[in-house]
Design a binder for this molecule. Structure first.
Ligand SMILES: [Zn+2]
Ligand SMILES: [Zn+2]
Length: 222
């Protein structure tokens, strides 16, 4: 293909020619063979939040596919900045090859939204891309209309954790409560390092009477 000639495939992590994620970098990928509680980070049974860690507005479970290390981080960044748009599914297949059998029967996937301005600038939401991939695997419908981000926040990296939480608190809104009422919801994101975003969005959905909310992420720093 002419595009391959003009823009030869390079590994997103080590820049080697040939593949978007070369064989060597693929060997660094660590798929989770256990699940952790989204509140205390200790191992948990089938992804469910420990009974003692549960709270009315807190996450009920957590699924992560791979460790956030150099290879998966480079892949996520390449997706986020639109560098490997056409190869995204190829990457997802390597990082998240199968849907866990123990996952609950989700009614909906809700991708973590971007602020409209950011969405317009980037042209797509990487969390939605991952949700679309999961939808192909599971046939679980995606809802992008109800959970929205209403205001821009200061770039996250320039804030300390406490400020970060304060900054985000009001950011997520559930527009159509009926969409989530009594539903088991999978909140989808590409990368979770602190889970602050997932917890805040979860709170909003629980207040709108979602039955259960799980966080589902491609890569997790653990
Ligand atoms: Zn490589
Ligand atoms: Zn726990």
């Amino acid at each position: 293909m002419i595009l391959d000639y003009l823009f030869p495939k390079r590994c997103v992590s080590c820049k080697k020619l040939g593949k978007y994620l070369c064989e060597k970098c693929q060997t660094y990928i660590r798929h989770f063979n256990f699940t952790v509680c989204p509140i205390c980070d200790r191992p948990t049974y089938d992804g469910k939040t420990h009974p003692v860690c549960q709270s009315p507005f807190g996450l009920d479970g957590f699924l992560a596919f791979v460790q956030y290390e150099d290879s998966s981080a480079s892949f996520s960044k390449a997706v986020k900045y639109g560098r490997i748009r056409e190869a995204t599914t190829e990457g997802y297949r390597i990082l998240a090859p199968s849907w866990p059998a123990f996952a609950p029967k989700f009614d909906l996937f809700l991708p973590i939204p971007l602020h409209p301005k950011k969405l317009a600038l980037r042209g797509f939401n990487q969390a939605e891309l991952f949700a679309k991939y999961l939808n192909i695997q599971t046939k679980i419908p995606i809802n992008t209309r109800t959970l929205i981000k209403i205001r821009e926040t200061t770039p996250q990296a320039s804030l300390r954790l406490k400020e970060r939480k304060h900054n985000m608190e009001q950011g997520y809104v559930c527009l159509y409560k009926k969409d989530v009422q009594n539903k088991i919801i999978g909140l989808v994101d590409d990368v979770a390092t602190t889970r602050t975003t997932l917890s805040l969005a979860c709170q909003v959905l629980k207040k709108a009477h979602a039955k259960a909310v799980w966080g589902i992420v491609l890569a997790h720093k653990f």
